[in-house]
Design a protein around this ligand. Structure first.
Ligand SMILES: Nc1ncnc2c1ncn2[C@@H]1O[C@H](COP(=O)(O)OP(=O)(O)OP(=O)(O)O)[C@@H](O)[C@H]1O
Ligand SMILES: [Mg+2]
Length: 335
């Protein structure tokens, strides 16, 4: 890693892109870009672009360039990364940074190459890839240098990844191309079935975050939201309770527990017994869902716990991985 260069870790997420240097988060922006349709020039990125969602004329397109943790629109991803990297390191090209960027576990070589190329084209000197759960494990300081088992679950907006890590590498893992976005969709369809009212996914996400939970709570909360009557098309307010959100989320939550179960099933028993002792670390925005730790603990019989830095651990871990490259190298994804 050449002398003058800075080492940056990037978590290129479906919902958020985060850039870290050491343990400092330098950038945290929604993975969204607004483009002028006529000349394809960028109008805004990040929060500024998110504020334009659903509020702009046809001449501007507001796009989310990632789906399920992988690049869906290459050009827009590259534009976003270029703007964010310039914000961090200035426009002077001699100080181009070394970048370690996370990719979901198990993505195809075409998908990996797209991320690698986008990071290089966006202005980095060297670009390396790391599996998201491995970066998360480094970011939460799990002892991955030892021959003992560590389990991490990444609950993102577009993907869910569960992995067992030992000796600097992934031993067994699974990726589900479904995440918090699908939780929001499950809430939308539950409310439509029950009340004949259509909510936006933005409103569904607010319900999930403000009053939602994975298991029944002792104190029920409720919240009034505005929807649209399925028949008349007119505005129609509904009051939703915590219990209803718990019910709406049962199916996607089952997918989460099944994914963890499949990973445990293919993990050597020696490592599983370490995980029973140490517990499994829950990371990503979805780990903030009330009671998801309890649900996993109860269903799998293994203690699950929320980490201190669930949103930033992947970017922090990716940044930490750069100076450890010689140790990690043989276990990192190839391009
Ligand atoms: N308190 C909360 N309760 C439940 N879900 C939450 C909460 N806070 C955030 N989320 C969800 O977390 C998701 C975003 O998490 P995160 O930033 O980890 O995703 P990402 O890294 O961009 O996605 P991915 O890793 O899948 O590419 C969203 O779906 C959001 O609704
Ligand atoms: Mg993520």
């Amino acid at each position: 890693m050449a002398g003058f260069s800075r080492d940056l870790g990037i978590d290129l997420g479906t919902i958020y892109t985060r850039i870290a240097e050491g343990s400092h988060i330098l950038v945290e922006e929604p993975t969204i870009v607004a483009i002028d349709v006529a000349d394809q020039k960028m109008v805004a990125v990040g929060k500024e672009a998110r504020d334009m969602l659903g509020r702009v004329p046809d001449s501007i397109e507001v796009a989310r360039p990632l789906e399920h943790g992988v690049i869906a629109d290459y050009e827009i991803t590259e534009t976003l990364l270029r703007v964010l990297l310039q914000r961090v390191s200035g426009a002077i090209r001699i100080f181009r940074p070394n970048v370690m960027v996370s990719v979901p576990y198990g993505v195809t070589s075409v998908e990996r190459r797209a991320v690698h190329e986008a990071v290089l084209q966006a202005g980095s000197r060297d670009a390396y890839l790391i599996q998201q759960p491995l970066a998360a494990a480094l970011g939460v300081d799990l002892p991955i240098n030892s021959p003992s088992g560590n389990m991490v679950v990444c609950l993102g907006g577009g993907s869910i990844q569960a992995a067992v890590i030992a000796m600097y590498g992934v031993v067994s893992a699974e990726t589900l191309r479904q995440g918090g976005n699908q939780f929001d969709e499950a809430i939308v369809s539950y409310i439509r079935r029950k009340y004949g009212v259509i909510l936006s996914t933005v409103t569904a996400e607010q319900l999930k975050i403000k009053i939602g939970a994975a298991v029944s709570q002792d104190t029920e909360q409720s919240m009034e939201v505005q929807g649209q009557d399925q028949v008349t098309g007119l505005p129609h307010p509904v009051t939703i309770t915590t219990g209803e959100i718990v019910e709406a989320l049962q199916e996607p939550l089952k997918q989460v527990t099944e994914t963890c179960r499949r990973v445990l099933e293919k993990t050597p028993p020696e490592l599983v017994s370490d995980i029973i002792d140490r517990g499994m670390a829950l990371t990503g925005g979805g780990a903030l869902l009330r009671g998801i730790d309890k649900l996993l603990t109860k269903t799998l019989g293994i203690p699950a716990y929320l980490v201190d830095n669930p949103l930033t651990c992947v970017a922090e871990g990716a940044a930490r991985a750069l100076p450890m490259y010689p140790l990690l190298r043989r276990n990192l994804p190839t391009v």
